[in-house]
Write a protein that binds this ligand. Structure first.
Ligand SMILES: Nc1nc2c(ncn2[C@@H]2O[C@H](COP(=O)(O)OP(=O)(O)O)[C@@H](O)[C@H]2O)c(=O)[nH]1
Ligand SMILES: [Mg+2]
Length: 216
């Protein structure tokens, strides 16, 4: 483990998995948390899962909410969007309308969090069904560019890019956390050591927005 992070407390982050019904949210979550493929999930089950992962030598506890879109009260949805620190927006490459649904979901997240740069990863799931593809890669990629959110093509069935989407989201959340912490640490470092060792990095990070597209 990197010595820089050795004495840091374990971070805890809330991830919300969102997308149209049937795109594979539960299957992706099960593959990531339990490393298993479950052919059929009760589509109405909304549950959260706790798991611990190591990201670049740092221990991170994740609370992952696998949504089912069955919330009876808008207030419930507002609540988990408020609580969520990172959002995995899932569509299926076999369904055009599932991509369109993400537009509304992102708008809702940004409205509720009042934050345009909230950590988001876009997953085009069911990438193993290439012969049934209905969403051009370029179309998803242009959305990813517009939103400045990385795009991955995933398959819960073949466990392709499953860990990658969650790890990417974790890295984004850690970066935000560090930025916030370093901002608050300024005085401490100025007093203790005369200089803030993270000062230069912090300024750079504020401008930095990651943008990637990962396919199979
Ligand atoms: N071929 C294929 N089928 C998938 C994949 N992910 C999920 N499915 C299937 O899609 C259906 C819906 O999956 P589920 O995870 O329940 O979707 P959710 O409603 O978004 O939670 C199930 O029949 C799964 O077997 C995938 O990556 N590839
Ligand atoms: Mg589900």
């Amino acid at each position: 483990m990197s010595s820089r992070y050795q004495n840091q407390p374990c971070r805890e982050f809330h991830i919300v998995v969102l997308g149209a019904g049937g795109v594979g949210k539960s299957c992706l979550t099960a593959q990531f948390v339990h490393h298993e493929w479950i052919e059929s999930y009760d589509p109405t089950i909304e549950d959260s899962y706790r798991t611990q992962v190591s990201i670049d030598g740092r221990q991170v506890v994740l609370e992952i909410l696998d949504t089912a879109g069955t919330d009876q009260f808008v207030a419930m949805r507002d609540l988990y969007m408020k609580t969520g620190q990172g959002f995995l927006l899932v569509f299926s490459i076999t369904s055009k309308s599932s991509l369109a649904e993400l537009v509304n979901l992102r708008e809702e997240i940004i409205r509720i969090k009042d934050d345009e740069s909230v950590p988001i990863v876009i997953a085009g799931n069911k990438a193993d069904l290439e012969d049934q593809r209905a969403v051009e890669r370029a179309k998803a990629f242009s959305l990813s560019q517009r939103w400045e959110a990385p795009y991955y093509e995933t398959s819960a069935r073949t466990k392709t890019n499953v860990d990658e989407v969650f790890v990417d989201l974790c890295r984004q959340m850690l970066r935000r956390d560090d930025t916030y912490e370093n901002t608050n640490d300024d005085d401490f470092y100025d007093k203790q050591e005369g200089t803030n060792p993270y000062g230069i990095r912090r300024r750079r990070k504020r401008k930095h927005r990651e943008h990637r597209c990962v396919i199979l």
